[in-house]
Design a binder for this molecule. Sequence first.
Ligand code: AVJ
Length: 324
Amino acid sequence: MQNECVDRKTSYDFKPGRESFLAEVLIGLRKSQKELPSKYFYDERGSRLFERICELEEYYIPRIEHSIMEAHIREIAELIGPRIILVEYGSGNCEKVRFLIDHLHDPVAFIPLDISREQLLNVTKKLASIYPRLQVLPVCADYTSNFKLPIPRQASKRTVVYFPGSTISNFDPRPAKHFLEHVARVCGSNGALLIGVDLKKDPTILHSAYNDREGITAAFNLNLLERINRELECDFQLDQFHHYAFYNPRESRVEMHLISQKDQVVHLNNETVSFIRGESIWTESSYKYNLSDFEQMASAAGFKVERVWLDERQWFSVQYLVTR
Ligand code: AVJ
């Protein structure tokens, strides 16, 4: 059953190609502290591993976020109002947004935005068949880049961006602020942002969350090297790098690294990259916020924090921001 509301044109495809993947990998590996961009975790296997992370006992974010959403969904839908364009950044698998869409009042269009084309097309097909009255307009893009949003057929009252799961945690402070400024522009005047923001907490909780007993997070981290091997014809020895994650309190972030187990050399596009034993590749940051720090950044970016919902332990927040 094909829903005619699905826009199948490819004009909204801004997916970074192999060239920019290679360029970014080379830039990262030439630094003295080697690093790789975390946005490249999410190929097909990486997306599946991330879904498994989200089911882990130790990884508290999805469970708590959903319980907050469930407890306050009426108020959230009320604040958002009727006939909106809903934009989801990094839509991934669509379970979270379905819960929101189910409670919105007569939304006009849904624009899922994702860097993974496979995910995006699956989600689009699925949502279009579940919500025949909703125009689904997928955009394949890296949301840190510039891209334009499609314009839905029906008139709408406002644009609301949904950014759940604390994906904002992946941005360093300055890019985080720039990202919020970009979102404020995208949703325009009278726009809003519904965002999940992870909060500071006991580092032992964070340690368990990013070092799960089953080793799924380790596999997720190592999959980045596997992807580079496959897509960029590189020769990382996967068993010679180990997952390492810890909380850095001075920077308020969990850092994930891959540690070289020996002195070794890797070949990539006619270049050699050498590692000494114990040297790391920094693959991800996950920033943890205070409510006041986040509010300061949001307001500097042009948003007013209108409402904040928390769980009892105050581990996580769902926040409703409006453009000023
Ligand atoms: C998707 C960025 C919110 O930082 O918690 C989970 C990614 N990395 N486990 C996070 C992640 C390792 C996740 N975010």
